[in-house]
Design a protein around this ligand. Structure first.
Ligand SMILES: Cc1cc2nc3c(=O)[nH]c(=O)nc-3n(C[C@H](O)[C@H](O)[C@H](O)COP(=O)(O)OP(=O)(O)OC[C@H]3O[C@@H](n4cnc5c(N)ncnc54)[C@H](O)[C@@H]3O)c2cc1C
Length: 464
């Protein structure tokens, strides 16, 4: 490999293994601070599509495999592979256009959830972004996209109209339902196994819901199973405009004393209603006001906006943590699953950990999805987001997380590729798809990337 040839071909910086700034360039953009030692031979920080094309062609000519880095937020860091060339598209940060009349927008991939919505708020428009403010569109769409208002807007990828991408042959193409449909099908769910580099997303926009209201209730930890069963039974009769979640989290300050016997852990239920009038939002949340056990405290139907929703999510998933995550789909009673993990929950080693089930509302759950690689849809989504700060706590958190996901495994229908550990358990990648969609994805990869230019789910992951 002649690194000078690569440097001459690209406008953006190229960092070779061994350069003084190599590790900063490699690890700086990663969200999860539990950083493995896997490393490429070189990194290209692409400034535009031409840089990506030049880097892909260089990799082909030098028989190097290509890894891609978007926002660096994937919990298990599939952008880190042993060997090959890492193409980092972190400079693709622009909202390119917003067409208010036709409710369309075009964005580059490295725009955060908060920034996408912030550009739309003043125009009275909205988009089904992910929940945490800093996470970027790039890999969010490729995983499928667990979005706000999911039972009305669907997953984020269902609101894509087209993408632009660089192929394994180094060509810039557009893909949609009608143009290069194989790529469009695969990009909506293939996650870290996609065989191309997406440079633009074409979004279908929605009217901004005029009345977003939220209800939050806190229950004792031991009530989590009965509350889970109640929510599971209530959800089909509730309005699809409600996004309903059951959390196990640390108590807010006013409930610390009341939960001291459970190490501060409690059960929190949130409902966010995305409606057009306050009356409709309050009515949609009303079923949450008659629980089978009394809450420790509650706030009912508070007016919210997207900024406040992002602030709330951002507080639960703070920056700078070390983390292990396993998001799964299930059709089981959430109360039954809460009962199974209850003995472990009060023993969680780190107070930053979040355990979460989203219970989808409305009569048509699971709803049919568009035909795309994303396969999983079920009544319940979630699992543990195990998060801690210090390296000295790595082993305790890893052991607790392993016990929890092993306990949940019999209930799992499959995994969410965007938020599960395909590095330590490669079977999670396969189990994120139905067998038919997995076969189709493998066939498309073989057709469109026959030389294996892009790393697949499994290559380059063992620690050197
Ligand atoms: C705090 C937090 C909250 C989250 N909340 C949500 C949520 O609400 N909903 C949800 O669905 N997900 C959520 N996620 C998961 C997140 O969307 C995925 O992990 C996603 O992969 C992150 O995108 P990224 O571009 O940062 O990924 P990266 O880590 O940069 O990339 C991961 C892999 O994706 C592929 N990739 C990324 N971008 C491209 C591209 N442009 N072209 C080709 N391949 C690419 C590459 O194979 C790469 O190795 C959350 C993650 C975090 C850290």
């Amino acid at each position: 490999m002649h690194i000078e040839t690569l440097k001459n071909a690209c406008k953006g910086p190229v960092h070779a293994a061994g350069d003084a700034d190599f590790l900063d360039a490699l690890h700086g953009p990663l969200w999860n601070r539990l950083v493995p030692t896997r490393a490429p031979l070189a990194i290209v920080k692409a400034t535009d599509e031409d840089d990506i094309i030049a880097a892909v062609k260089f990799a082909r000519a030098n028989r190097l495999k290509v890894a891609v880095r978007g926002g660096g937020h994937n919990w298990c860091q599939p952008s880190l592979r042993n060997g090959g060339l890492l193409i980092d598209i972190g400079a693709f940060t622009k909202v390119l256009s917003i067409d208010v009349d036709n409710r369309r927008a075009v964005i580059q991939p490295i725009i955060s959830n908060r920034d996408v919505q912030a550009a739309l708020n003043p125009l009275g428009l909205a988009f089904p972004t992910g929940h945490c403010p800093q996470v970027k569109a790039s890999g969010y769409f490729l995983g499928g996209g667990m979005a706000w208002n999911p039972t009305v807007w669907g997953s984020g990828a269902e609101s894509l109209e087209a993408i632009e991408l660089v192929t394994a042959q180094g060509e810039l193409i557009t893909a949609s339902e009608t143009e290069n449909p194989d790529y469009f099908w695969a990009a909506r769910g293939a996650g870290s196994g996609f065989f191309g580099i997406v440079t633009k997303y074409y979004l279908k926009l929605y009217a901004l819901p005029k009345a977003i209201h939220g209800s939050t209730s806190y229950y004792r930890l031991e009530d989590a199973p009965v509350i889970g069963t109640w929510l599971g039974r209530a959800a089909p009769g509730m309005s699809p405009s409600v996004e309903l979640s059951q959390f196990i989290v640390q108590a807010p300050p006013h409930l610390r004393e009341a939960t001291a016997d459970r190490n501060g852990w409690l059960c929190m239920v949130t409902g966010a209603a995305f409606d057009d009038t306050p009356e409709a939002a309050r009515a949609a949340l009303q079923p949450l006001e008659t629980p089978p056990v009394a809450p420790l405290s509650r706030e009912v139907a508070t007016p919210l906006n997207f900024e406040m929703l992002f602030d709330g999510s951002g507080a639960l998933w703070p920056e700078g943590v070390r983390a292990r995550v396993e998001a799964t789909f299930s059709n089981h009673d959430p109360g039954e699953m809460m009962q199974a993990v209850l003995p472990l929950l009060s023993q969680a080693p780190s107070p930053t950990t979040v355990f979460l089930f989203t219970i989808f509302c409305g009569p048509n759950v699971p709803a049919p999805q568009k035909d795309m690689a994303l396969s999983m849809h079920a009544k319940v989504y979630g699992g543990p987001w195990t998060m801690w700060w210090d390296a000295k706590d790595d082993a305790a958190n890893a052991a607790w997380h392993r016990d929890l996901i092993t306990t949940l495994r019999p209930f799992n229908l499959g995994y969410y590729l965007g938020e599960s550990n395909t590095v330590e358990r490669p079977a999670n990648a396969i189990e994120a798809f139905t067998p038919e969609k997995w076969r189709k994805l493998c066939d498309l990869r073989a057709t469109h990337d026959p030389e294996g230019v892009f790393f697949d789910y499994f290559e380059g992951l063992s620690e050197p």
